[in-house]
Design a protein around this ligand. Structure first.
Ligand SMILES: Cc1ncc(COP(=O)(O)O)c(C=O)c1O
Length: 462
């Protein structure tokens, strides 16, 4: 078969040789990263100055004193002060494959040596085409209709596109349903979906959203009845005005709260009755349950009209059914992602699909069971200091010091100092600590070590 010049270039033995050399150097250097360690005193002064400058340039200090050096080894990451930490937050749920992963680096090199830095909707390379096919096939494997895929550069943008598709289809209906305390991103539109007043303080209103209480596992039937009643009440108050229902199926920013199939189905039934589009925002939960897509985990394949993914997928995307196709002009983007990012997304999602992570007792289930067992044991010993754990699969939450926000923040800071990266979720008196694991590279022994550090940190605080 005829070959393009590019195919000749990518398979040139010199390129293969160069990649082998890079891999050999990477293997050697990352092998020095074997466990957590404190900062190198000789780097301290320059690191502190760098942090200060970064804080000044960006108009506010960083949450953690974290500036990565550019190398890591699996779940371990080296910072520019020479310290090494466990990364159990992964850039808030992005680095599924940990740090300095050989396969990912190889894929990004392939993207990096292609002709352009970026792919966009006007000009994309064949890597984008095969990524679309991979995404669409995976999303529809159980008969879902969301076979159309638009790539984008952030979770918020994937959500914006989802809202636009629904609004255009349902015009002039323009109200949305969403869950209380959901998070949907930081654009002007998504600031009015995200149910947190501080995140939209001073911003003009862009969307009308009616909030439905989220699932309460302690009151299964009661929470279904309350949510359905709330939805019906709004439909009566604003007849024929709702365009869509934005469902964050697992609430990440609100503290790793997990929904329920029956709960979602009851609400979806009301939506279908009133011609309201069903949209699953799984930007944070994609690939974190024991199924690739969260709607697949909850068995909602036949119900979803629109789905957004991001973070772990490396390139964000909006999936939609044929009847949600936009009219020309509604959605596009100059960039859909960097060429290396698109190549990495194909590699990472292919690995997810074939690597034994999903299904009952797949790697995700096993990691979750180990983490949960360890945290329960700690909680039993220090009941007043730790409650939980919560979450599912690769998203784990816990409450420390009764959920007090300031104390939880102090705990995450101390945990950081002691060598583990986590993050906060929720807020006020229901603040939690959240972990988003680098699933591909985490082993049970890493979880054990992190839990030991966590317990010591907890013990050192009053
Ligand atoms: C559920 C959900 N939707 C949307 C977003 C926004 O994604 P991004 O920060 O990539 O814009 C997030 C980010 O945390 C999220 O958790």
């Amino acid at each position: 078969m005829a070959k393009t010049i590019a195919q000749g270039f990518f398979s040139d033995p010199r390129i293969e040789e160069a990649k082998k050399l890079i891999q050999a150097a990477l293997k050697e250097h990352k092998s020095h990263i074997t466990g957590i360690r404190g900062p190198n005193p000789e780097l301290k002064e320059s690191y502190d100055q760098l942090l200060k400058r970064v804080g000044e340039y960006r108009g506010g200090a960083l949450f953690y004193n974290y500036l990565g050096s550019g190398i890591g080894n699996g779940p371990l990451v080296e910072l520019a002060d020479g310290s090494v930490k466990y990364d159990f937050i992964t850039g808030i749920g992005v680095h599924y494959m940990g740090h300095s992963h050989e396969g990912v680096i190889n894929a990004t090199i392939n993207g990096a040596i292609s002709n352009t830095v970026m792919n966009g909707h006007l000009q994309q390379n064949t890597d984008s085409a095969r990524l679309l096919e991979l995404f669409s096939t995976a999303a529809c494997k159980n008969g879902a209709g969301v076979k159309n895929v638009f790539l984008s550069t952030s979770g918020a943008m994937a959500n914006e596109n989802a809202f636009k598709l629904i609004l255009q289809k349902k015009f002039p209906c323009a109200r949305f349903f969403a869950f209380e305390k959901c998070f949907a991103g930081r654009t002007l539109g998504m600031a009015w979906v995200t149910d947190k007043a501080a995140y939209r303080a001073g911003l003009p209103k862009t969307l009308d959203v009616d909030y439905i209480p989220f699932y309460d596992a302690n009151d299964h039937k009661g929470s279904i009845d309350r949510a359905v009643a709330a939805m019906k009440k709004y439909i009566t108050r604003f007849p024929c005005q709702h365009a869509g229902f934005c469902m964050e199926l697992i609430q990440g920013e609100n503290g790793a709260l997990v929904g329920n199939k029956e709960f979602f189905e009851a609400l979806i039934a009301v939506c279908k009755e009133h011609n309201i589009s069903v949209f699953a925002d799984e930007v944070q939960s994609f690939a974190r349950t024991n199924q690739l897509f969260t709607f697949q985990y909850f068995g909602l394949d036949k119900h979803v009209d629109v789905v957004a993914i991001g973070k772990n997928s490396q390139v964000c995307a909006t999936f939609f059914t044929d009847d949600h196709k936009p009219k020309p002009g509604l959605i596009s983007q100059t960039f859909t992602g960097a060429s290396s990012q698109i190549a990495a997304a194909y590699y990472v999602v292919s690995e997810m699909i074939t690597g034994g992570y999903f299904g009952e007792n797949g790697k995700i289930d096993r990691l979750h069971a180990r983490f949960t067992k360890n945290l329960e044991a700690i909680s039993k010993k220090h009941e007043s200091k730790l409650r939980g754990p919560y979450g599912i699969g690769g998203i784990v939450g816990m409450t420390v010091f009764g959920g007090d926000e300031a104390k939880t923040k102090a705990f995450t800071m101390k945990l950081f100092e002691n060598g583990v990266l986590s993050f906060m979720a929720g807020g006020g008196t229901t603040t939690r600590v959240r972990f988003l694991l680098p699933v591909m590279v985490t082993e049970e022994k890493h979880i054990d070590e992190v839990c030991e550090i966590l317990e010591k940190t907890l013990m050192s605080m009053e």
